[in-house]
Each structure stands twice: as C-alpha cells, then as structure tokens.
Design a protein around this ligand. Structure first.
Ligand SMILES: [Zn+2]
Length: 142
C-alpha cells in the first residue's frame, strides 16, 4: 500500500480559536478518493456554537449507529432462519457452488455477529468453491 498522510491545520475563523488554554482541538482523519489520508486539526472555543453543533451531531451519529447495531442483532436470527430453511429445502444436490459458498459465509457470520467475516475467510471459501486451474490458491505461510 502507498497510503500517505497529509496533515492540515484548520483554524475556524468563526470563533478565533487557536491552541490557547481551554480551546478545543478536534482531529478529523479522512481518506480522499485517491486513497490519501488527511488529518485535519480543527480548533474551537469551548462555547463556540459550531462546536456545540458538531458535538450534538456526533452524539446523534453514535446513537444511530448503536440503534442500528441493536436492530441488526435482532434481525439477523430471523433472516438466518429463513436462509437456513431455504438451504435445507434445496438439499445437498440442489445447491450450486455459489449457493454453498454463500451458505458457508453466512454460517461463519452467524458464529460471531460482533465481527465481520474476514477477507481471508472470503478468499478461503471462494477459492474452495471456485478454484483456479491449479486448484485453490493458498496464502503464504498457509
Ligand atoms: Zn468555533
């Protein structure tokens, strides 16, 4: 990877904050379309309306993400049940390789719903069901 990081210091003119005592520094890392990382430093006075608004939006974002995750944890077992029923109905012989690969990946996710299935697991499952001409590719040290 050739990710680079640029640092940019931004002082919002609205409240004339700097790095003085009591001023609030916000670090905002983001990755642009070219894959470059930029770290922005934004300074506000503690009583700056813009800062207050950002705090509210940030807390709202956290709350929404938490609510969404709770919904996902409730919904997943119901979705999983329907998926398993469909897999069972198709039977061993009725399952095309892509369906078997999907079934394995779904079951891996079902084992631990707090983590996403890793890229490594996707490669391993897809290589097994869709091997290249020389057979399933193996990772280094694997
Ligand atoms: Zn400000």
């Amino acid at each position: 990877m050739t990710d680079r990081t640029n640092e940019r210091r931004i002082e919002y003119p609205d409240c004339n904050a700097g790095s003085g005592d009591g001023d609030v520094r916000i670090i905002v890392p983001w990755k642009d379309d070219s894959g470059e990382y930029t770290v922005e430093e934004i300074w506000h006075l503690e009583d700056c309306p813009e800062y207050t608004l950002q705090q509210i939006l940030s807390e709202d974002g956290v709350r929404r993400a938490r609510e969404r995750h709770e919904w996902e944890k409730e919904q997943f077992p119901r979705t999983l049940e329907r998926f398993r029923a469909a897999v069972a109905e198709a039977g061993e012989n009725g399952q095309a390789p892509f369906a078997r690969a999907l079934a394995e990946l779904v079951e891996m996710q079902a084992e631990d719903t707090e983590r996403g299935v890793s890229l490594g697991a996707f490669v391993e499952v897809l290589e097994r069901h869709f091997p290249g001409p020389d057979g399933p590719a193996r990772p280094p040290h694997g």
